[in-house]
Design a protein around this ligand. Structure first.
Ligand code: IMP
Ligand code: MG
Length: 180
């Protein structure tokens, strides 16, 4: 053990709750009367999606996808695969994709193209954390919780090798090998 903790707080639980409420208000205003499908990207979305949908004030449906991207544990390589497809029929429906974090953009770009091929009436992206400076492919993100320059973040659903997802805030892993 080192004497320094390997994580530092980036966004406290209170800060996250405030921001999620604002995002929910924005989405509520934009999608009133549309009954969108809120489509979470597993596993990282599980806490964000739960907090978000409980604060949106219109009827909606919830579904999930799970994607695999091949690379090391903390980077995506560009090869994405659908491990669990949406179960609800998407044709003609507005879809709001809910994702924990966007980094290079490869994963969400791939997902948007996949969803578009199913004929939704619209696809919007809602991402809690945006590492905008690290983008490698162009993706339009409609709702962004927080922008960060980089660093490897964990907590509030975000993991490093399946660790730390349960933490109530968002933290930066500062130990060696924790990523970019
Ligand atoms: P992208 O395809 O490079 O945009 O990568 C997106 C995916 O990489 C996310 O859905 C996460 O699973 C993972 N990822 C990227 N940065 C982080 C991070 O800082 N913490 C945890 N997971 C991350
Ligand atoms: Mg993810």
């Amino acid at each position: 053990m080192t004497d320094k903790p390997p994580i530092k707080v980036v966004f406290s639980p209170e800060t996250i709750q405030r921001r999620v409420r604002e995002l929910a208000e924005q989405i509520s205003a934009d999608f009133a009367g549309q009954e969108p499908i809120m489509l979470g990207v597993l596993k990282g979305c599980f806490i964000f999606l739960s907090d978000l949908v409980r604060q949106v004030d219109f009827p909606l449906e919830v579904d999930f996808v799970r994607l695999a991207s091949y690379g090391s544990s903390d980077t995506s390589s560009g090869r994405v695969q659908m491990v669990k497809a949406p179960e609800l029929p998407i044709k003609g429906r507005p879809v709001v994709v809910v994702e924990d974090i966007i980094d290079t953009g490869v994963t969400l770009k791939w997902l948007v193209e996949y969803l578009q091929s199913m004929g939704p009436s619209s696809v919007h992206l809602c991402v809690l954390v945006d590492k905008a400076e690290r983008r490698e492919v162009e993706v339009e993100v409609d709702y962004v919780g927080f922008k960060v320059p980089g660093g490897f973040l964990v907590g509030y659903g975000l993991d490093f090798d399946e660790q730390y997802r349960f933490l109530p805030g968002i933290y930066e892993l500062t130990h060696q090998g924790a990523g970019k």
